[in-house]
Design a protein around this ligand. Sequence first.
Ligand code: FAD
Length: 410
Amino acid sequence: MVFDVAIVGAGPAGSACALALAQEAPGIAARTVIIEKARHPREKYCAGAVSAWGVRLLEDLGVGVTVPHVPIEGVRVRYGDRVAAARQRGLGVVLRRHELDAALARSARSAVAEMREEERVIGLAREGELFRIETTRSSLRARVVVAADGAGSAVRRLAGFREPRRKAHLYVLETPPGAGEEPDGLMTFDLTCVAAGVEGYYWDFPTVIDGEPAYSRGIYHLNSRPPAVRPAPALKEVLRSFLAHRGWDLDRLRLKAFAERGWAGAAEIARPGVLLAGEAAGVDPITGEGIAHALAFGVIAARTVADGFARGDLAFAQYLRRVRRATVGRHLGQAALLAPHVYGTRAVRWASFLVSDPTALEAGVLWYRGERLGAWRKARLVTRAVRHLLFGSSLWRLDSGGPRRRAIGP
Ligand SMILES: Cc1cc2nc3c(=O)[nH]c(=O)nc-3n(C[C@H](O)[C@H](O)[C@H](O)COP(=O)(O)OP(=O)(O)OC[C@H]3O[C@@H](n4cnc5c(N)ncnc54)[C@H](O)[C@@H]3O)c2cc1C
């Protein structure tokens, strides 16, 4: 069995790659195989927030958002007892991943020669111009391998790419709305936990489960520094206190822990014949977001592959440059640059800036949508951020102890 392309993983990155290949180079798509270790609809724990940018990508791929979802109509940010909200229609959707991924995979299946489910890739070896790919059920050969196999990417490891030293940590769960909690279409990011040493946020996202309103809740921690530099926060205990504040007892809920690979600015994402796409390459280190990014990576990987075959050059030396020039690369690059600052020693002041200055939240919303901020807005934002970080605001008293851990009250 010899294929032109083997796409490993049928999540958003893999399915988007298959669909974009069918659009860009149908001949190559007809000689492409997708290998997926699970069978759709497969379980996928995720908060399921897809920004407007991701929704546009789904539409461009001819899939759109056909699964049950809640439209996002704005963002609410909390820090201590301060709350700021920005309403904006069409900010994105919250959906359930097993439903989205199954719909995407269904379309992807008909776009390529073959989709093999319940086959896990366990081996990869170069044989001249080809790769020999071993799965738990079979062996096949391909000229190009697209690693779209997510956070634990086996292909990434088998192809010899270096892993980042540290991965982000998340806990996620779902509940019905709490007493008195009216879903209002806003996604809530609670940054109060940065005062407890969490490099991230607690979230409440409205979602829909079997037609009933529900909430995805959880906590994200970038985990950028070794414990010797900064003691790790007791993430589960911080989550417990936030849930308790909302009337939920963590011990009675089904909780799942996950790791995420954050995007590193100078990352290696291609080798001759191999491309990393989606979370195999990296996600937004500030938010932990990666669905829109995975879709975008899939499309760029497909274009790079099509181009490579057309030029007879499968070294893919231009892939990183293509990614960096696109919205996804700009977004990830900015996030990688900003993350050490917003979650660094001045994390508390950044959080207070976001809730106290409307310019900051407005820019955050635009950024979430994948839009450019423009020179004027950027200059204004930087000036106000510097002023806030240096001279503070009335919230200064909250962080007078610096970034050390403190008791938190969500
Ligand atoms: C708790 C949590 C909450 C999140 N919330 C959000 C959110 O609200 N919004 C957002 O944008 N992002 C969110 N993310 C990130 C998002 O889930 C990922 O970035 C996204 O799934 C990446 O897509 P992908 O296609 O690269 O990888 P995946 O979706 O992980 O897909 C990889 C696929 O590869 C398959 N696979 C893995 N190994 C093999 C193998 N060896 N052989 C064959 N197949 C294999 C897997 O079964 C899977 O189907 C969240 C992540 C977590 C953990």
